[in-house]
Design a protein around this ligand. Sequence first.
Ligand SMILES: *Cc1c(COP(=O)(O)O)cnc(C)c1O
Length: 401
Amino acid sequence: MQVNRELFDEVMVPNYNPSAVIPVKGKGARVWDQKGDEYIDFAGGIAVNCLGHSHPALVNALKEQGEKIWHLSNVMTNEPALRLAKKLTDATFADKVYFANSGAEANEAALKLARRFAIDKFNEEKTQIIAFNKGFHGRTFFTVTVGGQAAYSDGFGPKPQDIIHIDYNDLETFSKVISDKTCAVMMEPLQGEGGIISPEIEFVQGVRELCDKHNALLIFDEVQTGVGRTGDLYAYQGLNVTPDILTTAKALGGGFPIGAMITTTDIARHLKIGTHGSTYGGNALACAVAEAAFDTVNTPEVLNGVKEREQMFRDGLNAINEKYNVFSEVRGKGLLLGGVLKGDYEGKARDFLVASAKHGLMTLVAGTNVVRFTPSLVITEEEIKAGLARFELAVADVVNA
Ligand SMILES: *Cc1c(COP(=O)(O)O)cnc(C)c1O
C-alpha cells in the first residue's frame, strides 16, 4: 500500500488539510519523515508534546501499564486514575477530578456542571454563560458555541442557548453584562488559538470579583496553558486568581489523549451519580501515561526551565526581528509564544509556517497574523538554537519572496 498524502484525500473526511510531509519517528524535539528528512519541532503537536517525542518516562509508563491493564470502564475504578487525581488535587485549588479524553470533553463537562450547579442551587433562569471573542474551547456543539468565533459554530442548526460573547480584557463591558442570571464565565487565562493574547491582571481580578458578587462560576480553560506551558503548573497560579472550575488536556497526557475537569467539593457534588459520564474517561492506560507526564513536569527544574527557555526564544526571535523587521511584538508567556506580524506581512502567518517546514522546522500559527511556538517544555538549548537558525532562513525566504 502507498501511504502518502494522496491517500488522505482518498480516505479521510476533508475537514483537515495536512502537510504533504508524513512524520514517522520522533525523539525529543526532533522528528523524521518517511523520507528520513529531519525536522525540529517547535509545534509540539499543538502544545501537547510537553516532553517532546518518545520521552523515556512516558514510554516506560506506557509499556508498564500496557502489560498490566488498559481499560476497565467506569464500572470499576483503577489505580492510575486515582493516583493522577490525587496528584492533580494536591497540586491545585481543586478537591475533585472528572476525567475525559480531550479538551472539548473536559470543557463540555465544565459547562454542564456549571449549568447544573446554578439550576440546583439558584433557579431555572440562571443559565447565562459569558465567554470571550477569539476564545477557543473545542469543537463539540456546546463548546464551539461558547468559543468566540461564530464561524466555527454556524451552519449546524440551532445552537445551545444563552451564551454571550464580549471582548477579552474589556472589564467595563463585562461589568455591564454580568448579572444574577449569569451561571458561568468561561475564559482562557491566556488566549491561545485566538492569537496568544495575555489577560490584563486587573481584568482577571475584576472578572473574579464580579463572578463572586453574582454567584457565577469562573471556569478557566487551561487546555492549552496547563501543565507547565506558561512556566507555572497552571496559568492561574501565575495570575493569583483562582477559578471555580479548571479544565486541562493537551499537555496533560504528553501526547496520549486525556482531559480533565477539576473543581471544588462543593461544586463537584452537583454531578451526582448518572448525571454525566464517558466510557474512556479515566482509562487506566491514559492515566498512567499522564501520571508520568505530570510527575515529570511538576518539578522546579522543568517549570523554571520553561522560563529560561522562554528567554532563549525571545532573545532569538528578537535578534531575527532586528534583521528582518517582520514582527510588531513577540508575546505570550513561557513556551506559549507568538510573533505578531506587521506591515506587509500582516495576515501571512501561514507563509512563515510553510517556509519553516521547507527548512526543516515545524511551527504553528494562531489565526492569520501570529506565528505560534509551543515546543516541548524540555527542548534543549541546542535544539532551540538550531530551530531558530532554521526559522531565520524561513523568515529570509518570506522577506525576499
Ligand atoms: C485545543 C484547545 C481545546 C480543545 O481541545 P481538544 O482536545 O481539541 O478537544 C479547548 N480549549 C483550548 C484553550 C484549547 O487550546
